[in-house]
Design a protein around this ligand. Structure first.
Ligand SMILES: [Zn+2]
Length: 184
């Protein structure tokens, strides 16, 4: 018998529950249990991202500030976040799921009061989406792994990309580069 394909978590597709006809020794009409990983959320909120938690789980995991930014697309007030003026060497990761997002090497002072970067560490780690809220057309930046809202990207950054990834501190967790900075 071929191995049964399971539904990827969160895709919303569920295998039909049908009796399986076998030529074997099972009595007719016996019910076959099909193990289906069901999406944890119902309806349109289901996503097929690798990290897929319920709203209640996010609320429990994140501090209120980070929850508001990451899960509710909030924006922290400028010059109030933890990282807007940090210059330490290291990596900025998604506070929701730990995915590496930005490096201190691409961080620059944009004077805007939010941590700003010219590029993500890995283009595939972020997703960009059109955002038409607040009567503006902007490009939203999300963590590709968990869908957390990070901030926006604007075409007014410095070389080499000309981009300014304007990111909320509350969506980031900083990992200092001390491990590799030892005398070597
Ligand atoms: Zn994430």
């Amino acid at each position: 018998m071929r191995p049964r394909r399971l539904v990827r978590p969160g895709t919303g597709r569920i295998l039909p529950r049908q009796p399986v006809h076998r030529a074997g020794n099972e009595p007719a009409g016996s019910r076959v249990r099909i193990d289906v990983e069901r999406p944890r959320r119902k309806g349109s909120q289901v996503s097929d991202r690798p990290v897929n938690r319920t709203d209640a789980e996010w609320r429990e995991q994140l501090d209120p500030n980070s929850y508001e930014v990451l899960r509710k697309k909030g924006t922290e007030r400028p010059f109030t976040g933890e990282f807007w003026d940090t210059e330490e060497a290291g990596e900025y990761r998604c506070k929701g799921c730990g995915t590496p997002l930005f490096s201190s090497e691409t961080k620059f002072d944009a004077g805007c009061g939010w941590p700003s970067f010219t590029a993500p560490v890995e283009p595939a780690n972020v997703e960009e989406a059109k955002d038409t809220s607040h009567f503006m057309i902007r490009t939203e930046v999300l963590c590709n792994a968990c869908g957390g809202h990070l901030g926006h990207v604007f075409p007014d950054g410095p070389a080499p990309t000309g981009l300014r990834y304007c990111i909320n501190s509350a969506s980031l967790a900083f990992e200092p580069a001390e491990a590799t900075a030892d005398e070597s």
